[in-house]
Design a protein around this ligand. Structure first.
Ligand SMILES: [Zn+2]
Length: 593
């Protein structure tokens, strides 16, 4: 087709060809000159690799809020880009997500460098592909990346220009993994289901600390894993990654420095990852999850290099240990299908810690140059090394027993949509059906006073459990808890879960109730009711003699009567959490009855 056009329009095409060549020339990586790829450059960079190497495939995977598709780049030894086939051949898959916070672009440049080096077989790296495929999201938060400025992340030591933290809808995508308000997050979930990655890395920059390390690491909270996976993660995978960064890469890494007290660092604590963070999300699907957080004050080239070193070590480790990684995940996935007990909240174990060799800077007081206030700072002239405590053990604080299935009424469309996007298999009732289910009444909760991510987060939820018959409608969804997405299903549908749909206000409208009486005609109805129901009249008299407010306040009297007559039956759904828990699915053998 191109050739025919050329013969028809030689001169025109020559000009067009020249400008096209300029547009499509491969962007150079300039992180050593303190510059980061733009989104357009990153995509062109991967398009070029896709064209040059048969092992590489660039895919478009869903839409983002920026109106641009999300890209996924896959490298495998034989060019296979179907993850099911990659897994079937016994290979592991590593997924690297970059630019979730585009002001923290190390991973964007490091992944581009890594992909090019791997495909060019630099230092014999291609051998990793014998048992491992690498998938890269070049830039996740496209909207943020398109909003570039010198002034985002003002405290950060380069690059010269960087993107904004929030996406086009001003969402922080690293809080959006499970509630999925953004198209970005739903596209990401599509990628996650497609790939089913064994190992996952999300790349960031931290401004929460200052010390001698360049690379800090958040690893998935190990207790979230199935026990055999947890042992392997703590005692093998993490140990080896830390050791390789120190010995082979000469770039000692430290766990993410979450300190207990500002000032001299005496202890750091593990990261309690809610499911709405990236590694929290990956843990729901039994992946080994990581976030690199390189230190904001280190020069950009060093941060890119540190991220690149970690990516190299992670891919190397996955390749060398692919059999064990795949075996452990298979086992974890099998156990997930049968799991009944789910931990939906954790608390730190303050009695257990590991010793950690920490390379810090002494903390001193200073007077700041502009505002003249007293402030602490970490004195780079005074480095030190000390053994400190690292608290990285957690105990379950809220555990729930999952039902055989949840029932989500058809009406809750946004909930159904997200369950589907995250792989939940569901089926719909064929007829209106009365079912005996365990239900929750929301006794109390606290909505947040300020919005986060556009939500007034509900917390401190107290429940009352009642088993009762509920009439469900044709089309309502049965969500069995016997599937790969069990962790997502339970985490999102249990109202006490801090990441769940109730917490994020998806169900708030049910809290308002639905009907009330009008004072005008209500009393004549009540009189009729009381005249025909002596027991009710007696109870009413008793209430008046026992409760001063009911005795003296006409409004309280009407309210008492409303709540204690059959009228209130209509209101029995008030505060009744709409999702039912079917505890014995055996009785569901004929749900269409
Ligand atoms: Zn970040």
């Amino acid at each position: 087709m191109k050739r025919r056009l050329f013969t028809l329009l030689p001169s025109l095409l020559l000009v067009a060809g020249l400008s096209a060549q300029q547009d499509t020339c491969t962007p150079e990586l300039k992180y050593s000159e303190n510059q980061s790829l733009t989104w357009e450059e990153a995509i062109r960079y991967y398009q070029d690799l896709d064209e040059r190497y048969s092992e590489a495939t660039l895919l478009e995977m869903g839409m983002t809020d920026a109106g641009q598709p999300l890209h996924l780049f896959i490298i495998s030894a034989d060019g296979e880009s179907d993850p099911t086939e990659i897994h079937r051949k016994g290979n592991a898959i590593v997924l690297i997500n970059n630019g979730i916070h585009p002001g923290e672009p190390e991973g964007i440049d490091a992944s581009a460098r890594f992909a090019a080096d791997l495909l060019a077989n630099k230092d014999g790296m291609k051998k990793y592909l014998r048992s491992c495929a690498v998938a890269i999201i070049p830039v996740y938060n496209i909207g943020g990346a398109l909003t570039r400025s010198r002034y985002w992340r003002i405290n950060q030591n380069g690059p010269e220009e960087k993107g904004a933290r929030r996406n086009t809808r001003f969402l922080d995508l690293n809080r959006d993994f499970v509630k999925q308000d953004s198209r970005d997050a739903r596209a990401f979930a599509g990628i996650y289901r497609f790939l089913d990655p064994d190992v996952f890395l999300d790349t960031h920059t931290t401004n929460g600390s200052d010390h001698q390390f360049t690379v800090t690491l958040i690893a998935t909270q190990p207790e979230k894993m199935h026990p055999e996976m947890e042992q392997f993660f703590r005692n093998d995978m993490l140990k080896e990654l830390y050791s390789r960064m120190k010995e082979a890469q000469k770039n000692e890494m430290v766990p993410y420095v979450q300190y207990t007290d500002r000032g001299e660092i005496r202890a750091i604590t593990g990261f309690e990852e809610a499911a709405y963070y990236s590694t929290g999300y990956s843990a729901l699907f039994n992946s080994f999850g990581f976030m690199t957080e390189t230190l904001v004050y280190k020069p950009y080239p060093e941060r890119v290099n540190g991220t690149l070193q970690f990516i190299t070590e992670l891919v190397r480790y996955t390749s060398l240990n692919h059999k064990e990684i795949l075996r452990l995940r298979d086992e974890a996935n099998r156990r997930t299908l049968e799991a009944k007990e789910y931990v939906i909240d954790w608390e730190q174990d303050t009695t257990k810690w590991d010793d950690l060799l920490y390379h810090g800077y002494r903390y001193e007081e200073t007077t700041t140059p502009i505002s003249g206030r007293k402030s602490g700072f970490y004195n780079h002239e005074k480095p030190y090394t000390e053994t400190i405590r690292y608290y990285n053990y957690f105990n379950p604080s809220v555990t729930v027993t999952a039902p055989d299935a949840y029932i989500v009424p058809f009406a809750w469309e946004e909930v159904i949509e997200r369950l589907a996007v995250n792989g939940a298999e569901m089926h719909q009732l064929k007829h209106d059906t009365v079912l005996t289910v365990e239900t929750y009444y929301i006794e109390s909760f606290e909505p947040a006073r300020r919005a986060t991510q556009g939500h007034y987060f509900n917390s401190k939820v107290k429940l009352r459990t009642v088993t009762q018959e509920i009439e469900y409608l044709k089309g309502d969804y049965i969500v069995p808890v016997n599937q790969r997405s069990n962790n997502y299903i339970v985490t999102m549908l249990e109202p006490q879960s801090e990441s769940g749909f109730f917490a994020w206000n998806f169900f708030d409208s049910f809290l308002e109730g639905q009907d009330w009486y009008s004072v005008w005609g209500f009393e004549s109805h009540l009189k009729e009711l009381l005249d025909h129901d002596p027991a009710l009249r007696e109870a009413f008299e008793k209430a008046k003699s026992g409760d001063a407010k009911v005795a003296t306040d006409p409004v309280a009297q009407l309210q008492w009567l409303y709540q204690n007559t059959p009228l209130s039956e209509l209101e029995k759904r008030t505060r009744l959490y709409p999702v039912g828990r079917l505890m014995n699915a055996g009785k569901m053998s004929n749900p269409g009855k």
